[in-house]
Design a protein around this ligand. Structure first.
Ligand code: NAP
Length: 449
């Protein structure tokens, strides 16, 4: 059972349920934030009077459109795409595009809502938005991906701009897709507007360390949580779900900081390699050959592949969910706690169910919610926008250092806010309140818009 809401907040939540029927992920994301805002309304009653929370829960703009495209055999397909421009109090809407068959409005709204507070936490001038399509890129040729991206951008371009809305990647959208999307935007607008998309290639306006940023940032955040408890990642055993962009670079940074990652996964199953996951193999399979993780055992006979296996049953000190929403439930959380796990940091967005979060909090393990722990990706996207605006290109070392400093600061502000509001160690409360207050103050200053 999710926690009860404060009496001022319950009617707001009921209104969200009523106005957004059938959008269960969005309801979950809103509930998780509202659960922690009770003490804020006591300290800042003006936010209640001015209905700031009700305004934040309603996107500024939602765009839904048809994307027709032809496959390599000439057959016509129709997909649906979304862009939810949620909140621009702190800057242009910023948030990735997701291509996955599960995408519908409720998923994009949950991601966009989370993005508002995450982006505020970075301390950089970016608002919150998110987009995507129910298009399934699996098994599609490069040409098919290109035609789909071009068709999508033929409608989306009119809603974007470096001062308006700046998308990036997410599940199913990486460097290849950003390239096709940027190419079509440039062609239609006749403008080389680098700052309109982030996650670009290094030769044409991309930022060093952007590819690595979300995974690296999640591990920097984990290191900070452990430091706050007088511990570190050195010598720890780690389990990482997924084997996409976030998972790969979480594994890389965990290894660099002296931990051993012994398991990763994809939607087909899990790989357990007690000697430590060989990242070169995972990169080859996922970034170059675009194959399933099961092929890992071809090069590493000692490793074990379990089809449909549960990665959270693999004993570990640290767990990093880096695949998708609601991938770690109450039973999984119990198993992790029983196996002696001391820290969980979310590379993915909302991967832990409300029951799972409650179990982690009751067990007092270090639990870093996605809003804080995976904010390094969007933070580095904002650094990419800075480089584009100044026609500059920073070194890897400098950009990575900026990323690390931002993650240290996000940890510090979440940690201190949790103490200030009487819940020491509660990073969910700390991150939600820190992000919310920044956005609420800006909205208040700008009047009723
Ligand atoms: P990605 O490169 O497409 O990788 C996603 C990984 O998760 C793949 O291994 C995929 O396996 C697995 N996965 C996806 N849906 C799944 C499902 N329903 N069940 C089981 N496994 C599933 O995507 P990504 O960019 O790494 O994103 C992963 C998570 O991080 C998402 O929650 C995303 O919102 C979040 N995130 C990403 C960024 C970023 O910068 N990319 C920033 C912040 C947060 P298959 O290949 O088998 O589907």
């Amino acid at each position: 059972m999710p926690a009860r809401l404060d009496e001022k907040l319950e009617p707001i939540f009921q209104d969200v349920l009523h106005r957004n029927p059938g959008e269960s992920e969005f309801h979950q994301a809103v509930h998780e934030v509202l659960e922690t805002l009770g003490p804020v309304l006591v300290k800042y009653p003006e936010f209640a009077e001015k209905k700031v929370i009700q305004r934040i829960c309603e996107p500024e703009r939602q765009i839904i459109f048809r994307v027709p495209w032809q496959d390599d055999k000439g057959e016509i397909h129709i997909n649906r795409a979304f862009r939810v421009e949620f909140n621009s109090a702190l800057g242009p809407y910023k948030g990735g595009m997701r291509f996955h068959p599960s995408v519908y409005l409720g998923i994009i709204k949950f991601l966009g809502f989370e993005q508002i507070f995450k982006n505020a936490l970075t301390g950089l001038p970016i608002g919150g938005g998110k987009g995507g399509s129910d298009f399934d890129p699996k098994g599609r040729s490069d040409d098919e991906i290109m035609r789909f991206c071009q068709s999508l951008m033929t409608e989306l371009y009119r809603h974007l701009g470096e001062y308006t809305d700046v998308p990036a990647g997410d599940i199913g959208v990486g460097g290849r897709e950003i390239g096709y999307l940027f190419g079509q935007y440039k062609r239609i607008t006749n403008r080389y507007e680098s700052g309109v998309l982030t996650g670009k290639g290094l030769d044409w306006g991309g930022s060093r360390a952007r590819t690595e940023a979300t995974g690296y940032g999640t591990v920097f955040f984990t290191q900070e949580m452990l430091k706050a408890r007088g511990d570190s990642l050195d010598g720890k055993t780690v389990v990482v779900s997924g084997s996409g962009n976030v998972a790969i670079y979480a594994i890389e940074k965990a290894h660099q900081l002296g931990a051993k990652v012994i398991a990763c996964s994809d939607s087909g199953g899990i790989i357990v390699d007690e000697k430590g996951i060989d990242l070169a193999t995972v990169k080859r399979l996922k970034e170059v050959e675009r194959r399933r993780i099961s092929a890992y055992t071809e090069a590493h006979k000692h490793a074990k592949y379990v089809e449909d296996g549960n990665i959270w049953s693999v004993p570990c000190d640290v767990a990093l969910p880096c695949a998708t929403q609601n991938e770690l439930n109450g039973n999984d959380a119990k198993t992790l706690v029983e196996n002696g796990c001391i820290a969980v940091a979310e590379g993915a967005n909302m991967p832990t169910t409300p029951e799972g979060i409650q179990i982690f909090q009751e067990a007092s393990l270090a639990y870093g919610p996605g809003k804080a722990a995976n904010a390094g990706g969007v933070a580095t996207s904002a650094l990419e926008m800075q480089q584009n605006a100044s026609r500059d290109s920073w070194t890897f070392a400098y950009t990575e250092k900026r990323l690390e400093d931002i993650m240290i600061e996000i940890h510090k502000s979440s940690f201190e806010t949790a103490e200030e509001f009487g819940s020491p160690g509660n990073y969910v409360l700390g991150a939600n309140i820190t992000g919310f207050i920044k956005v609420a103050r800006a909205m208040d200053a700008m009047g009723l818009i």
